[in-house]
Ligand binder design. Sequence first.
Ligand code: ADP
Ligand code: MG
Length: 697
Amino acid sequence: MAANVMEIYGSKVFNEHVMKERLPSATYKSLKNTLHKGAPLDIEVANVVASVMKRWAMELGATHYTHWFQPLTGITSEKHDGFVSPVGDGTAIMEFSGKELVRGEPDASSFPSGGLRATCEARGYTAWDPTSYAFVKDDVLCIPTAFVSYTGEALDKKTPLLRSMNALSGQAVRILKLFGKDVDYVSTTVGPEQEYFLVKKEDYEARQDLILTGRTLFGAPSAKGQELEEHYFGAIRPTVNEFMKELDDELWALGISAKTKHNEVAPAQHELAPIFAETNRAVDENLLTMEKMKLLASHYGLVCLQHEKPFESINGSGKHNNWSISAGGRNLLDPGENPMENLRFLVFLTGVIQAVDEYQELLRMSAASAGNDHRLGANEAPPAIVSMFLGDELGAIVEALIDDHDYTSAERAAMDLGVDVLPNFIKDNTDRNRTSPFAFTGNKFEFRMPGSAQNLSDVNMVLNTAMAKSLKEFAYQMEGKTGDEFEAAAIDYIKRTLRDHERIIFNGDGYSEEWEKEAARRGLANHRTTADALPCLVDQKSIDLFTEFGVLTEDEIRSRYEVKLEKYNKIMNIEIRAMKRLVRRDYLPAINRYAAKLANGITSIENVLPEGDTSFMKDKLEKLVAGAAEINRQLEKLHELHYASLEVADQQKRADMNAHEIIPVMDALRAAVDAMEIIVEREAWPVPTYNEILFYA
Ligand code: ADP
Ligand code: MG
């Protein structure tokens, strides 16, 4: 396959290369204007694009098309329409017009809208996002689209993301102008690192909890876990290797530059990272990647688990959001090579620090989900506290700015900022702090809170908008100043702002208990659960931010908050019900059966051998009976709380109850069952255990 990678790469994508080759040059030119300058697309142009696109797609075997969009469920949606159109004389033609390309009307009444749209007026419409290329997948031409209501409210994840990219661009363009650079558009780039597990299909099928909830609700730790760290970057098992190869091929054909793949720390865990792309495309590509992973795993008798915490006691899966800002191919989080570039870098860096501190709660909120709650703060992932790591070198520079002294480094001469040149961070092997939720890694920031199952739109929407706010403030204070006056004012601004937001910078061990205490002293937020993290979305401060930049209206914000809350509560409800049913129908009966068998065994043995020592068997029987009683107690407790929670109409109150009252009981119930798993006879246990699921050939 490798030989024709160049041939297959992008072969199923209607990218700029194809556009240029196939579109009449006038059409291509106006489409390019739309692509790069956001000019509206006129219907004449759309008609030509549609007909060329249709022919191209049909050559690749496409018979249908779909507007491909991301409703608030976070996953992608598609509804296939055939190109075929009967002409009345018994024959048919293949039809696809400009109108159908740029606009679609899915019957969308079943998508969550958080009360934005009454079901009677359910029809929203989808609108083409030409900056994310159309592609052919399984004989369907997929057209990436935004999904909005007739009154213009965003009903999806993409619309506000695009708005936030524009907001950031608008402000960054102002900053670059101050530095004497005229650009039309500044984009943000994202490279998501996708972690996932692969398990055998037969094990998956034997675990109702995995099927229903994506994670194991029960399961004692395997005798061996990840402590030997032999899996990390270890040799990839042959079947998994075959899977990864096919995945690469499929992704490359879709123009997704899958780049690195390796085994992760936990057994059966893997990671795939693509080369970064502009944020909206990166998100689309990540969603496609996740879909392909699930689909292709089945070709190898495997199931791909994308839940944030499929297994307790070993690492869960995250999705690191590598993020930067770029103008005309120039990375603005790259320190650059001369004093003015250094200053510009410091302005953007300061902007990020200010944004992350000021909107730390929103960032935490953007990564909140029922699944991710199991991961954040466990000993594998950043805590629920947002802080930033800058690395030794940059950290020292920022400290020098804050303390107002010159920066000296061991290898470099003293540096008077604005005169000398900042070190080149990319080449520097900055000591990377894996425990930091928001780390500078040479020429980009890596936000490590997001979970593996997440659609990264929300995270980047928050990040971009918060950054737009920082940049706007800087521009506002600097515009009108030039030359030395500008430089002096800029450095002064940077110093002041860094001082104001110093508390967000933390270079130590983010997993430690001391950090939790220290963070509390610094006044940093620590929302441990989704229920605690969500309310900040509807704070006045958040509403002000999003409305100021036209990213979300107050109604859109409130609806999103409702959707997130409801989703959390629905997931909790499913997990509780699954737990109760599994305990009642599988685990308790199995334990009871085994206890009865043991009891009969004891009686038989004593009949034959009255003087034999059966005390150890009786001990075990006692443990089993006591264990079953404990399980039953926790089950009853859970049952009562569950029913009480369903009576709570207020979704936030219900979420609070789930997070703070019910989860501890779920944990206790699980612990009681897991304690039995390790003493019940192997054959008697009703499901495959961690040992079997995680370590397979
Ligand atoms: P790591 O050591 O953290 O794995 P890599 O250099 O391998 O770092 O990058 C990880 C991810 O970051 C990749 O997806 C990569 O494409 C992405 N990345 C690199 N540069 C940028 C950038 N300027 N903007 C966004 N993402 C980037
Ligand atoms: Mg990384």
